[in-house]
Design a binder for this molecule. Structure first.
Ligand SMILES: Nc1ncnc2c1ncn2[C@@H]1O[C@H](COP(=O)(O)OP(=O)(O)O)[C@@H](O)[C@H]1O
Ligand SMILES: CC(=O)OP(=O)(O)O
Ligand SMILES: [Mg+2]
Length: 393
């Protein structure tokens, strides 16, 4: 039987995919190919390359990008041809709500249940449901599985899960869930391989991408995280503000007549790096641009990240290890250095030469805290989960 899984990772700024060779549930799969599906100038663009750098797919589809069916039908055909038959297509589903934790095989009833969680993640949930539904319609026999971004944080307990709101709201599911769990799961696995016996270290993982959050990790489990009920809380992000005084929202409703739709549009699409800089949500572009707006946005990003790493350290009662991952965490040494400088008081010293290389350990010998860059692979976790679901029947 073929042992390849196609994993789809629908994030806020892209749909990334991977083709992974899977073995048993305990082993993290290796990527055979990776790529992305993007809407560009109103059309779908599909690109992929093999893990050895061989070109795989480079196509622009005719027709509009508001219907995901043609793009994902083409991707499936490519993946099946490349693999000689897939065992499953796995999906990242951002919000699992109170009911979904372990990965599941997707059925019509479960797809409906996932759709019911759309109000909790209006930016993300539709982006994974589009391909799930498109593939289910084209190929009802295809095994599709879901892995939930919230699942890794189910180990959080007590105050880490709670808001200071009237208690009856908690029963309705208004609690802290946390996200980027597939990324934290992968990084926790990699840390085991890179530094065997280090599970007990008080570790903060900084997933800094278009969406950004932190995870307080100990013994391979999430103890706390900066995102909560929705993906809006915590760090400054590409287009989301992170932590915000709710009084601002009441003010906008009363004084500017904002309704739910306007608030949602502002908070998910017009804030963060984009809103502060007035220019771009992309850190690369902001670092290359000499303007007060770009500098203010970068300064706020660093200020928030450093501040909240210290908050996560409080939940761990100390900090032994700091790990950077995600597009910014993996590829922006200036941001890592700036965050490191702000955390010198906690014993963080980033080594400039190691930081420029940006792979593995980047802390100086004098650093009390070990600082690492660990590239994430959410698609590998999706593939591992898909294989586990298939093997379980
Ligand atoms: N190769 C790179 N070099 C520099 N910056 C990068 C690189 N790749 C991604 N980034 C930055 O990472 C951010 C996007 O993060 P990413 O994790 O790719 O997005 P997403 O959250 O959609 O998965 C952008 O701000 C971008 O500037
Ligand atoms: C949870 C989240 O913000 O995801 P992404 O970084 O993919 O937008
Ligand atoms: Mg992402």
């Amino acid at each position: 039987m073929a042992d390849l899984v196609l994993s789809l990772n629908a994030g806020s700024s892209s749909v990334k995919f991977g083709l992974h060779r899977v073995s048993d549930a305990a082993t993290m799969p290796e990527a055979v190919a990776r790529g992305a599906v993007k809407a560009e100038a109103g059309a779908w663009r599909l690109s992929a390359e093999g893990s050895d750098g061989t070109p795989g797919l480079d196509e622009t589809l005719a027709g509009a990008s508001d219907d995901p069916a043609p793009a994902f039908a083409r991707l499936l055909a490519w993946a099946e041809e490349a693999s000689g038959g897939l065992i499953a297509v796995g999906h990242r589903v951002v919000h699992g709500g109170p009911d979904f934790a372990d990965p599941v095989r997707l059925t019509p009833a479960r797809i409906t249940a996932i759709d019911r969680l759309t109000p909790l993640a209006p930016l993300h949930q539709p982006r994974c449901l589009g391909p799930i539904r498109a593939l289910a319609a084209i190929r009802p026999d295809l095994r599709q599985t879901a892995s939930f971004d919230t699942a890794f944080h189910r180990t959080m307990t007590g105050p880490a899960t709670r808001y200071g709101l009237p208690r009856e709201l908690e029963a309705e599911g208004i609690r802290r869930y946390g996200f980027h769990g597939l990324s934290y799961d992968y990084v926790a696995h990699r840390l085991e391989a890179l530094e065997p016996g280090s599970r007990g270290l008080r570790t903060v993982v900084a997933h800094l991408g278009n969406g950004a959050s932190l995870c307080a990790l100990k013994d391979g489990r999430s103890v706390d995280t900066t995102m909560g009920f929705s993906v809006l809380d915590g760090l400054l992000m590409g287009t989301r503000p992170g932590t915000l005084d709710p009084g601002v929202l009441i003010y906008l409703m009363r004084e500017h007549g904002y309704g739910a739709d306007q608030l949602e549009e502002m908070l998910y699409h017009r804030s963060g790096l984009l809103g502060v800089s007035g220019r771009s949500s992309d850190m690369r572009e902001l670092l290359g641009h000499d303007s007060a707006g770009a500098r203010d946005a970068v300064d706020l990003f660093v200020h928030r990240a450093a501040q909240q790493i210290a908050v996560m350290a409080t939940s761990l009662a100390g900090l032994d290890r700091l790990v950077f991952t995600g597009g910014i965490g993996e590829h922006q040494p200036d941001i890592r250095a700036a965050i490191g400088r702000r955390l010198a008081f906690l014993g963080v010293v980033v080594d400039p030469a190691g930081n420029d290389v940006g792979d593995g350990r980047i802390s100086a010998d004098s650093s009390r805290v070990t600082v690492l860059v660990v590239p994430t692979d959410e698609e590998a976790v999706i593939a591992r989960d898909a294989a586990a679901v298939c093997h379980a029947g």
